[in-house]
Structures are given as structure tokens and as C-alpha cells.
Design a binder for this molecule. Structure first.
Ligand code: AMP
Ligand code: GLY
Length: 425
């Protein structure tokens, strides 16, 4: 089987790496991929944009691709699945109608409210005056969200009334493009966040191991938000008892709600949850795809061949599969970032020490890297590498990841030294 993987992050490198472990998978083509996918055996990059559906379709049909696995939300929200399926290709990832669950926070909120999925109390507005007068009637802090996709930047946790009002203005003034046609204002929840990614064939939904990521740039989870500076799995906060409740109150209700709306959702449904100190939980958001960097810690622990699970979802046979098998132990990833990220940073710095790190027992998933003309791996983004390790427990996995990252060098390298602090306590 030849598989096309869409995307260019650490998540897509991990997907390609995992798929290549299956005997059934002969070759991967990554669109557009990165320096890591370019360096994998039996994997090559195809330099097309992730929304060049026609280009991908032509390539796939001419080159015997039998499966397309989509990483990022943007092509899903633009209908990559609808288009490629209409050309006769099998695509793992929901159609545009299903991707709304991530691409419209107002739509997702309505689904949650109507299906009885626990979520923060919220109201949706189409104009600034009404949104601001609502905010005045609510407690501060309060959360203001742009409706649509905003590359993770459309959520403002406002700690003053003024911040909330500014956020409302900037969203309606178009700072997030068409993501700003609606504003969702919701109560601010406290607790610990956990990511539950689940596979679904539209009927059955099965969770993967719960994961936690570190979103802030600074140690102690301080400073600016990022795309994620590290992650680990399985997150102990999501106890088996809690996972059972999440299964019935979140995952099954969501998939029923989608089905009731005529949406045949086959792919990953990712629930971002806030677990309150008393153990109560609420959904913060749904995503229509694998998480990044959660995927980089979940897949190394997955024992069932990934392509079997994906095909079971696409053939609507997930319910017939034996339980998903996992390796024992724990997994952690530490992100090596370019100095200055999430602000401005330079690109093109030569990276050394990846082979040495891998010899020390880690797996290095590339995020923002590419091969330059001299075939050197160079930095090409804010988050550069995900240095990933598994171990018998969190102590081992995290220590191993840090041993690995010490071998890696590029000008300006930055990484957090406290990934996993919650589970090491
Ligand atoms: P979202 O894209 O909706 O998950 O929001 C991004 C991040 O904003 C989440 O991961 C949380 O850290 C934060 N956030 C979103 N909604 C809330 C909320 N209701 N209360 C507190 N923090 C939130
Ligand atoms: N790690 C957060 C996300 O993938 O959205």
C-alpha cells in the first residue's frame, strides 16, 4: 500500500514513521513534508501546497496511492476529503461538514449544548456591542474566542474587562480574517487540560491514550502561548474511571450528534478537556484531526498497526476490531525551538547531532526543518524538533528525552527544561 500523508509538522513525521512500521505499507509520500520525512527510508516529499487538492489527486491517481491521511485542520476545513473522495481516493479525515466541529466554535458549541456534552457556559455574538454588554454582566476572567480557524491564536483568556473588550473589537475588526464573523464568549474554566484523541468510523469511537501538552513557552507553564513545547502520555489525570465518563458523555454523544446532523465522520475526533480540581470535566474544544505534539507521544506507544485502525475506520468496521493494543510504560517529547519563538526567529540554521541523539535511544520527529541544497538539515520554523522517548515510567522517558536533546545543536536552540513536571511530582 502506498500512502500519502498531508502536512509538514512533527505530527506528520510521526504518522509517516508509524505507518512505515506496518508490513502493509510500502511507501509514503508526504505533502509537502519536512526534513524528517525527506530522510525517512521509503518516504519522500512532494512539494505541493496542502490545499492543492487537484495536484494531490492527480499525483495519487497516477502513482497508485491507495490511502490519504490528512494531518492539519486547514485542508480538512477546506474540503480535501470531499474532493479526493469524489476522485475515488480513500481519505482518513472528516469531510468539510464534519470539520466544522473545529472550524466553527459556534457550531461546535451548539452541538455540545444540544447533545448534552459538558462544556463551558457560553454565548455567541455577531456584533461587538451585544458581546461587550454580555461581558459586563459576567465574571472576569472570561474567555473570548474567534469563531473560525485562527492557527491557535483566536482564543483570548481576558483577565480584565478592558482586555475582553479589546479582544471582541479585534476579532470583529477582522484580525483573524473570516474567523471573526462570530464571537464566542465563555466562562473561564480552571483546572488541568488533557487531550483525548479518538478514532471513529462514524458509528464506533475509541479513544487513544490521553495526553497532555505544555502550551506555554516558559518554564513553570508561564509566558506566551505556543503550538506546544512538549507532551507526554498516558496522562495520569485521565484515570480509567474518568476515561469511561469521557467516552459516554463526550465521545459517544459527539458522534451521535454528528450522525443526527447527517454527518458521516471518519477520522480523528480530538476533545480538549479541562479537568476541574474536583474531577469534573468540560470540553474546551473539539479538533477534527490528530493533535500536535500529542501524536508524537501517543504513536510510539501504539502496538496495533496504525494502518489497520485507519482502514477499519474507513470501512466502518472499527467495532469489529479487537481493543487497541498499547505498549506498557510512558512516553514524552521535548520540543527544540528556534530562539525567539513564538515571536520572531531566524531560519536556515544547520542542525547537528540528530544521529547521536537517536543513538542515545530517542526518536527525533522533525517539525520546522528542511534539507538545504547541500543536503544538510536546517531549521525552517519556530518549533524545530520533537525529541521523543519511551520508558518504563515517566521518570525514564523524560530523562531519556533530555539525554537525547543534549546532543542536538543549532544556533539559538531553546527548549523547556521542565517538560512533564506535573507527572514527576
Ligand atoms: P481552544 O482552541 O478553544 O482549545 O482554546 C485554546 C486554549 O485556550 C485552550 O487550550 C485553553 O488553554 C484556553 N481556553 C479555551 N477555552 C477556555 C475556557 N473556557 N477556560 C479557560 N481556558 C480556556
Ligand atoms: N496540541 C494542541 C493541538 O494540536 O491543537
Amino acid at each position: 500500500m502506498k500512502v500519502l500523508v498531508v502536512g509538514n509538522g512533527g505530527r506528520e513525521h510521526a504518522l509517516a514513521w508509524k505507518l512505515l512500521q506496518s508490513q502493509q505499507v510500502e511507501q509514503i509520500v508526504c505533502v509537502p513534508g519536512n526534513g524528517g520525512t525527506a530522510s525517512l527510508q521509503r518516504c519522500r516529499n512532494l512539494p505541493l501546497a496542502v490545499d492543492d487538492f487537484e495536484g494531490m489527486s492527480r499525483y495519487a491517481l497516477e502513482n497508485g496511492i491507495s490511502l490519504v491521511v490528512v494531518g492539519p485542520e486547514v485542508p480538512l476545513a477546506k474540503g480535501i476529503t470531499d474532493y479526493l473522495q469524489s476522485q475515488g481516493l480513500m481519505v482518513f479525515g472528516p469531510a468539510r461538514s464534519g470539520a466544522q466541529i473545529e472550524a466553527s466554535k459556534a457550531w461546535a458549541k451548539a452541538l455540545m449544548q444540544e447533545e448534552g456534552i459538558p462544556t463551558a457556559k457560553a454565548a455567541v455574538f455577531t456584533d461587538a456591542t451585544a458581546a461587550k454588554s454580555y461581558v459586563k454582566s459576567q465574571d472576569i476572567p472570561i474567555v473570548v474566542k474567534a469563531d473560525g480557524l485562527a492557527a491557535g491564536k483566536g482564543v483570548i483568556v481576558a483577565t480584565t474587562l478592558e482586555q475582553a473588550e479589546d479582544a471582541i473589537d479585534s476579532i470583529f475588526q477582522g484580525q483573524f480574517g473570516s474567523a471573526g464573523n462570530f464571537v464566542v464568549v465563555e466562562e473561564c474554566l480552571i483546572g488541568e487540560e488533557v487531550s483525548v484523541l479518538a478514532l471513529t468510523d462514524g458509528l464506533t469511537i475509541r479513544p487513544l491514550l490521553p495526553a497532555q501538552d505544555h502550551k506555554r513557552i516558559g518554564e513553570g507553564d508561564t509566558g506566551e502561548n505556543t503550538g506546544g513545547m512538549g507532551a507526554y502520555a498516558p496522562a495520569p489525570i485521565a484515570t480509567p474511571e474518568l476515561m469511561t465518563r469521557i467516552q459516554t458523555q463526550v465521545l459517544e454523544r459527539a458522534i451521535t450528534g454528528l450522525r443526527n446532523r447527517g454527518i458521516d465522520y471518519r477520522g480523528v475526533l480530538y476533545a480538549g478537556l479541562m479537568i476541574a480540581p474536583d474531577g469534573d470535566f468540560k470540553v474546551l474544544e473539539f479538533n477534527c484531526r490528530f493533535g500536535d505534539p500529542e501524536t508524537q507521544v501517543i504513536l510510539p506507544l501504539l502496538d496495533t498497526p496504525l494502518e489497520e485502525l485507519i482502514l477499519a475506520c474507513l470501512k466502518q468496521r472499527l467495532g469489529e476490531m479487537p481493543p487497541i493494543a498499547w505498549k506498557p510504560g510512558a512516553s514524552a517529547t521535548v520540543v527544540a525551538a528556534s530562539g525567539g519563538y513564538p515571536g520572531e526567529y531566524e531560519k536556515g540554521k544547520v542542525i547537528t547531532g540528530i544521529k547521536e541523539a537517536e543513538a542515545a535511544g530517542v526518536t527525533v520527529f522533525h517539525a520546522g526543518t528542511k534539507l538545504n541544497q547541500q543536503q544538510q538539515i536546517v531549521t525552517d520554523g519556530g518549533r524545530v524538533l520533537n525529541v521523543t522517548a519511551i520508558g518504563e515510567n515517566f521518570q525514564q522517558a523524560i530523562a531519556q528525552a533530555y539525554i537525547g536533546i543534549k546532543s542536538i545543536q543549532f544556533e539559538g536552540i531553546y527548549y523547556r527544561k521542565d517538560i512533564g513536571h506535573r507527572v514527576l511530582k
